[in-house]
Design a protein around this ligand. Structure first.
Ligand code: ADP
Length: 228
């Protein structure tokens, strides 16, 4: 479902953040992306949802080559890929409900369908009772749950997360991870960059390690493999 071939990324300042990446990820997989700071994890992930364009190589997601995708078609791609960030990126003036519904409203769905879909998704992340609150009225873990709800409300085939537990305490991080595991169990492919050693070593999945813009390790049910 995701296939990168000979992918290079050189930023305008000359930094090569992807240096010949070949990888294939099947539908339904759960993949952790690990590696030291500055290794190229975010660049790898950003290229998957076309936040960054590769300098060369091909990136196929569900048959679409992201390297060639016109900028005008990017919103269409984003409907099929959910994205979760370390700092949540919720819209501060919108309620929990509105933040999640926003992702569906751009797809011009019927209001009745939107309401049902948003409430079901909020139920999945256990936040139905806080639907009318603003993000500032929620804890960090709750805000991340809203952002996960927003990422999956369109029923995307892939959810991509960049350090989703990076701002959260250990207990909350486990809650968040359990939600991702549940999403994956329901059939969605999950790709997650993380520094969370405990989680990677306990909830076993495929581990791709990146260093210096290259994949240096790729193991099914792998270990975190770094000190922290
Ligand atoms: P990681 O997520 O593993 O910390 P990144 O992908 O963020 O790594 O960064 C990889 C390298 O690319 C680093 O040297 C970083 O400084 C550089 N880099 C990242 N984003 C940019 C950018 N927009 N412009 C220039 N250099 C960048």
């Amino acid at each position: 479902m995701i296939e990168m071939k000979d992918v290079f990324k050189k930023y305008p300042n000359g930094v090569v953040a992807a240096n010949g990446i070949d990888v294939s990820i099947k539908a339904g997989e759960f993949v952790y992306v690990v590696g030291p700071s500055g290794a190229g994890k975010s660049t790898f992930i950003k290229m998957m949802y076309r936040e960054e364009k590769p300098s060369s190589g091909t990136i196929m997601i569900n048959g679409i080559n992201l390297a060639k995708l016109k900028t005008s078609k990017v919103p269409l791609l984003r409907r099929n890929i959910g994205v979760v960030f370390q700092d949540f990126k919720l819209l501060p003036t919108l309620t929990v409900y509105e933040n999640v519904a926003f992702a569906l409203e751009v797809t011009e769905e019927q209001p009745k369908y939107i309401k049902k879909q948003v409430m079901e998704t909020l139920d999945l992340v256990n936040l139905k009772h806080k639907a009318r609150m603003l993000p500032t009225e929620l804890s960090g873990g709750e805000q991340q749950r809203v952002s996960i709800a927003r990422s999956i409300v369109n029923s995307p085939k892939v959810v991509i997360a960049d350090e989703p537990t990076g701002n959260l305490d250990p207990e909350t991080s486990w809650e968040i991870m359990n939600i991702f595991d549940e999403i994956n169990t329901r059939g969605t492919t999950v790709l997650m960059a993380t520094h969370n050693k405990d989680i990677v070593n306990k909830i076993k999945h495929r581990v791709i390690a990146i260093e210096g813009g290259r994949i240096v390790r790729d193991e099914q049910r792998g270990e975190y493999g770094y000190e922290s």
